[in-house]
Ligand binder design. Structure first.
Ligand SMILES: [Zn+2]
Length: 113
């Protein structure tokens, strides 16, 4: 379950940021996760809750904004959002070999008190 590794690095980053801001408690962690990143939201939340116990991040909410998958079609010179499970351009039906977004995992901000 790679969510534990992800949660651990998120937690470390959040704790470092909170320490630098001299905050005693992390209320919320805002993330963006690409739909292709292969992260199960429930598993990530569970892992984060387990790891953050007895840290300033205990009880913090994880707010996850999904990043849609975007592909580029060279034939049409256009970006498109492929339907689930397919990478074909909806205009010319050519399969795209170029995924531009959807694999990201970004910690956007944390809210502290
Ligand atoms: Zn096309």
């Amino acid at each position: 379950m790679h969510e534990f590794g992800i949660a651990e690095s998120l937690l470390n980053t959040a704790l470092e940021t909170a320490a630098r801001a001299e905050a005693s408690k992390i209320e919320q962690v805002n993330l963006r996760i690409g739909l292709l990143a292969g992260v199960v939201e429930e598993a990530l939340t569970f892992a984060f809750e387990a790891l953050s116990e007895d840290t300033p991040a205990q009880g913090a909410r994880l707010v996850i904004e999904p990043i849609p998958v975007t592909c580029y079609c060279e034939t049409c010179a256009a970006f498109f959002e492929p339907p689930r499970g397919s990478y074909r351009c909806p205009t010319c039906q050519a399969p795209s070999r170029s995924v531009k977004s959807g694999r990201e995992l970004q910690l956007i901000s944390i809210e502290v008190s």
